[in-house]
Design a protein around this ligand. Structure first.
Ligand code: 0GY
Length: 297
């Protein structure tokens, strides 16, 4: 049986915070519509339809100019909904796909041509079977020549086992949702310490979104903000942020995306840090050709 997801908020608030030009939502999804892009039979949940047009309208309202779509488990390794959205975005969107171990070089090239710049591996119990470690190592070696990175999504208690494996991979790695610690245990908890240790290695990046996932107190996520703030101040050049719209598997307190944007005023109140988090860093990872062009000027 699949669990059914709650609908996203259809009328989010307009944020008070004005985002810098070129701001990027580096973690969000398109789902379906199921009639055009059916969900994967092996999924653990059925999301609500969340098409590109709805996401684009949300981004307009929030002041977001660029998008990184992240493939989610409900679509499995069928990246077509994401590729379709990227193709319709007019160059403002890039993607992170999910692929089978047997993916061919031609398929990887097709994804690259379609705007994909990384692949994602899940190690999260409620999303089903973990990624196979042998496949992760093999695929990481194959995407390295494409200049791609790996996005790694895990629960905090998996890091002890995963860290030694990740350290052997020959690509940059982006960790989802601050490594999913239990925010009620504070920033001094061992699991978060392990993440900070990992981040000392320049290959690792982290997304400072997911406050609504790690919180134990709910909105306005006071317990979770400390984690994001700590990461942004320590690793200003390797942090990314996203809305996580349409918020799959959130069971209560469906986030107001406008309020999530306003949380940035507490996570990165310094304009220079906000600029790195929302513009410079995602450009370096997802639009490297523009990043290099700017650095050469
Ligand atoms: C997220 C989080 C979740 C879902 C997935 O691949 C997925 O289905 O990532 C979750 O359930 O916590 O980042 O979208």
């Amino acid at each position: 049986m699949f669990s059914e997801n709650l609908p996203f908020q259809s009328n989010p608030s307009t944020p008070a915070l004005k985002l810098p030009a070129g701001a990027c939502d580096a973690h969000c999804h398109v789902f379906g519509p199921a009639k055009d892009f059916p969900f994967a039979p092996e999924r653990t949940y059925t999301p609500v339809d969340a098409p590109w047009e709805t996401l684009a309208a949300l981004h307009d309202r929030l002041g977001i100019a660029r998008t990184v779509l992240v493939q989610a488990s409900c679509h499995g390794t069928d990246n077509t909904a994401m590729l379709d959205a990227i193709a319709r975005s007019g160059g403002t969107c890039r993607g992170v796909g999910m692929v089978a171990r047997e993916v061919t070089d031609a398929e990887l090239q097709h994804l690259h041509d379609g705007g994909v710049r990384g692949i994602r591996f899940n190690f999260v119990t409620h999303l089903g079977k973990d990624a196979d470690v042998g496949a992760v190592q093999e695929l990481a070696a194959r995407i390295a020549p494409l200049g791609w990175h790996a996005v790694v999504h895990f629960e905090a208690d998996r890091l002890e086992t995963l860290a030694p494996i990740l350290k052997t991979l020959p690509v940059p790695m982006v960790i989802d949702h601050m490594g999913r610690p239990d925010a009620s245990r504070g920033v001094t908890q061992p699991a978060f310490g392990m993440l900070l240790d990992l981040m000392a290695d320049e290959r690792f990046w982290v997304k400072v979104c997911g406050a609504e996932r790690i919180t134990r107190t709910g909105p306005p996520y006071d317990d979770a903000v400390h984690f994001a703030r700590e990461l942004v101040t320590r690793f200003e050049d390797r942090v990314l942020w996203g809305t996580d719209w349409p918020h799959p598997n959130i069971k209560k307190d469906m986030p107001d995306d406008g309020a999530l944007v306003d949380l940035l005023a507490r996570i990165a109140p310094e304009p220079a840090l906000l600029q790195k988090l929302l513009v410079r860093n995602p450009t370096r990872l997802y639009w490297p050709e523009k990043f290099q062009a700017r650095s050469n000027r």
